[in-house]
Design a protein around this ligand. Structure first.
Ligand code: NAP
Length: 286
């Protein structure tokens, strides 16, 4: 582990579960941590809880990753306030049994877990200096995933496994493609599977549906602090700076699906995502 004094970090989905644990850990290493949250009330509650350690430097900023105009506004506000971004942890995640859509009309799991983070990352990429880190929190669920280019919003035959695994495969493919495009700049881009972790994932924020099942599973799952270890490691460990484009589990490079290593697929998804979010990146393939 290294000290992160003078570094600026963004953690998405910072008000709950592993995002909150990651924010606390990076702040305890000395980084200024921008907690990207979509809901002001939940964001403030988390901020107040983390500020119980007064020496932490935390800043709450609002952004809904399921609304591309909100992502664009956040990027502009961040640029107005901060000159650089050393660490970006794309942690926020959403899973749902029923098919929901984002403000822009995308299936919500793909829209939030992949497209929101895709646009956020590209819009801030030029602020990341040599030695910077990008960490994408994926999942072992990517292994059953396919990218359904012909029906990316899963209008036919939607099910939660198909939707969540598509979004998490997109996280790994984005990691690998971005790593190639950012390698010359000395930025390490990696992703991870946290394992099974007792968080609020899958619990409806409106109705609380899912709370009972999650509560029952809690004793068998890791705590958010344990689950966040690999993301924290990728964001802060000195040696990781030399590794890019990899998929980690338990702080080690792990096996990912063969589809997640298909670099033609990764390029295709990157270009397809640029069209969907209507933003052409200046990061080209070498
Ligand atoms: N828990 C596990 O077992 C597990 C396993 C594998 C991978 N993962 C991955 O780990 C990551 C962290 O999840 P977690 O388990 O810590 O879940 P969590 O406790 O539910 O936290 C998810 C965070 O994402 C935020 N979020 C959801 N939709 C958003 C949006 N549209 N815009 C901005 N933020 C949004 C949530 O904000 P609100 O509270 O406002 O909704 C919350 O802060 C996710 O990427 C997940 O896919 C988790």
């Amino acid at each position: 582990m290294r000290m992160l004094n003078g570094k600026t970090a963004i953690v998405t989905g910072a008000n709950s579960g592993m995002g909150m644990a990651t924010s606390a850990a990076l702040a305890d290493m000395g980084a200024v941590v921008i907690m990207l949250c979509r809901n002001e009330k939940r964001g403030k509650e988390a901020l107040n809880q983390l500020m119980e350690k007064a020496e932490r430097k935390l800043d709450l900023m609002l952004c809904d990753l399921g609304d591309l105009s909100s992502v664009n506004t956040f990027a502009d506000m961040f640029r107005a306030k901060y000159e650089r971004l050393d660490i970006l942890v794309n942690n926020a995640g959403f899973i749902s049994l029923d098919r929901q859509i984002t403000k822009d009309g995308f299936e919500r799991q793909f829209g939030v877990n992949h497209l929101g983070h895709f646009l956020l990352t590209l819009k801030l990429a030029d602020l990341i200096p040599c030695g910077g880190r990008i960490v994408n929190v994926s999942s072992g669920a990517h292994k059953t995933g396919k990218i359904h280019f012909g029906d990316i919003n899963l209008t036919k035959g939607f099910n939660v496994i198909k939707a969540y695994s598509q979004s998490k495969l997109a996280n790994v493919l984005f990691t690998r493609e971005l790593a190639i495009r950012m390698k010359k700049r000395g930025i390490a881009v990696n992703c991870c599977h946290p394992g099974a972790v007792a968080t609020n994932i899958g619990i409806s924020r409106d109705t609380g549906f899912g709370k009972t099942v999650t509560g029952m599973l809690k004793p068998f799952f890791q705590t958010p602090e344990q689950g966040a270890r690999t993301a924290i490691f990728l964001a802060s460990d000195n040696d990781v700076g030399r590794i890019t484009g990899e998929y980690f589990y338990k702080c080690r490079i792990a096996r990912s699906s063969s589809r997640s290593k298909d670099m033609e697929l990764a390029r295709r998804l990157f270009e397809f995502s640029e069209e969907l979010v209507e933003y052409k990146s200046s990061l080209s393939r070498p």
